[in-house]
Write a protein that binds this ligand. Structure first.
Ligand code: 2HA
Ligand code: ZN
Length: 272
């Protein structure tokens, strides 16, 4: 048994391969992080090395103290995760203060965690608080159709939510809490991490204008599925707009009926 035989690692590899095949991860675009369960942390103990030095995260995430994350590497290609995970991703541990991380497995040849580590960890921190620890995955992808829409639609969460809900009947069931939108910002730092975290308080989907998407979820499958659903809806909207725009659509009353039958609560804010 090696660390790579473990179920969460195999699931991670399958997800990265699927995401690459979707066309969401050109070159080194996009990054994924997964918070290990207590059982997974005990199971990896014999394979990890805790002697490495701590480095600053760039943001403070107190409630993630002593947690372990599987993270993709900075400058690494999602396409290569299945080829050699230890060179392209690694496992990090957060320190007691929630201010620093150290690499305990992988990221070989002095590779570093994703450049978006501040946004990932800030989002994890908010989600641990808001979901009582249920959410474990943050995925950032350069989803083509969502990015295209950020050049055409007003950069408002309400508009993106309503437009994308209308494009596929199950959308309000898959992302009932809607979408947040961050205006264009320099990626990779604390400022965009704070802006993303703020929107993650109320949404599982945050769009970065002219850049991509962040999704949060309980499992790798659910997070991938959420990204896929939003992006597919965006693809339909791009096609509809290209064909001259909507001639008919799902109306507010339809959404209310859907919410009742599917037992989801959706805000009236989106149904005006
Ligand atoms: O290149 O996606 O946002 C990695 C990224 C930065
Ligand atoms: Zn990016």
């Amino acid at each position: 048994m090696t660390i790579e035989d473990m179920k969460f690692i195999q699931n991670f590899k399958r997800m990265t391969n699927d995401a690459w095949l979707k066309g969401w991860h050109e070159r080194n675009g996009g990054n994924i992080t997964y918070r290990l369960t207590k059982e997974e942390v005990s199971a990896i103990k014999e394979f990890i090395n805790e002697d490495s030095e701590y480095n600053s995260i760039g943001v403070t995430v107190k409630n993630l103290a002593n947690e372990y994350f599987l993270v993709t590497g900075s400058g690494k290609f999602i396409r290569n995760m299945t080829v050699c995970l230890g060179e392209n991703a690694g496992i990090i541990k957060i320190d007691e203060k929630g201010e620093n991380y150290k690499v305990v497995w992988g990221l070989s040849n002095n590779a570093r965690p994703t450049s978006e580590l501040p946004s990932h960890l800030m989002s994890h921190s908010i989600k641990v608080e808001k979901t009582n620890g249920c959410h474990r995955v943050i995925m950032h992808s350069h989803t083509t159709n969502v990015i295209a829409l950020t050049f055409v639609l007003p950069l408002e969460g309400k508009v993106f939510t309503r437009e994308l809900w209308e494009m596929a009947t199950e959308c309000p069931v898959v992302f009932p809490s809607g979408i947040g939108v961050v205006p264009w910002m320099v990626p990779g730092g604390a400022a965009i991490a704070e802006a993303t975290g703020e929107l993650m308080k109320d949404h599982d989907v945050v769009i970065w204008a002219h850049h991509g998407m962040f999704c949060s979820g309980e499992t790798l499958d659910l997070t991938f599925g959420l990204m896929d659903t939003v992006e597919k809806s965006a693809e339909i909207l791009v096609k509809v707009l290209s064909m001259g725009g909507k001639k008919q659509t799902i109306v507010s009353e339809n959404f209310r009926d859907l919410a009742k039958d599917f037992n989801v609560s959706i805000s009236e804010d989106y149904l005006v």
